[in-house]
Write a protein that binds this ligand. Sequence first.
Ligand code: SF4
Length: 378
Amino acid sequence: MEEIKKILAVMKEAVAHPGQAVKNYKQMTGKGAVGCFPIYCPEEIVHAAGMLPVGMWGGQTQISQALTIVPSFCCSIMQSNIELALKGVYKDLDAVIISSPCDTLKSIPQDWGYAIPDIKVIQIVYPQMRKIESGVEYLKTEFLRVKQAIEGITGEPITDAALKKSIEVYNRHRRSLREFCTVARNYPLTITPVVRHLVIKSGYFMEKSQHTLLVDELSSELKKLPPREWQGKRVVLTGITAEPDALLKIFDENRLTVVADDLAQESRQFRTDVPDGDEEPLLRLARQWSLIEGCSLAYDPQKKRVEMLIELVKTAGADGLIFCMMKFCDPEEFDYPIIAEQFEAAGIPLLYLEIDQQQQSLERERTRIQSFAEMLNR
Ligand code: SF4
């Protein structure tokens, strides 16, 4: 248990002080850092340049300046990112990479360029016709632009060998987090919803092979613990993010453990590997986008997400699904009615929660979670 506490303390430090994590990295390596906006970002290219990719998934902050730049119906992640940037929190970043899979994100690169001109923006367009070869080829050219932009910052070429190595590091990291999520299911008293989220989130502020070592060690320490019976109920989370932590604490208070997730900030980032093979690395990276399934941001006329969620609830042994709906997130709002209808038809309990990272009071959510837990316990 002491080892587990030590590992979690390191992760907590990274999440609590991401700015310091960036400073430490720069000091240790002499290399820079690049901010990676949600939802998808070819972090491997940044990593191959020796720079630190830093996840930018918003956070809790008082919004005072961002609304002069973005409209109030912009999701809270983007409001926070702009606000934090205006407050100077990201001043150590050399650039930010922003893709445009939703209407909100389409305007953010221009907003950023206007509001924070000192930090370069590298914009990517992910094609929605992602399953056809020309879509994959197109994305490769977008990634080539990213690579050239990063080379322009460091002044050094990013070799194919370095890219292949970084793809390996990232696939290894994905496997490690998948393994952790499976192991964590058996230790709900140690890996509470807040801790589970911490373990995954800390990877956004650490070099990935370092984070993999910690996660592997954590999984192996967990396996040494005697299994303890869980008296509560099990849930799966879906949506963009289930932040803030105060919300996850309410799950715990109501004896709900998270046994799996389909959150964009969590499992959607690591459930699809970059494919192996002899193709050039940028093409392999682009091909991953064609393999992603069940994400509201990746065009899928068949909406496989619904079946995937039903299957996930069953395989994880969950009692229900919690839909964490990011306020003002169109892609997720389009998926919700289809999911709600199919879950009702399948007889699987579903709770809808609205997520706003800046929300001051969570009493409405507390009541809804309490009622859901009571319903599951009936
Ligand atoms: S996908 Fe949703 S949460 Fe993400 S940036 Fe767009 S609106 Fe915000």
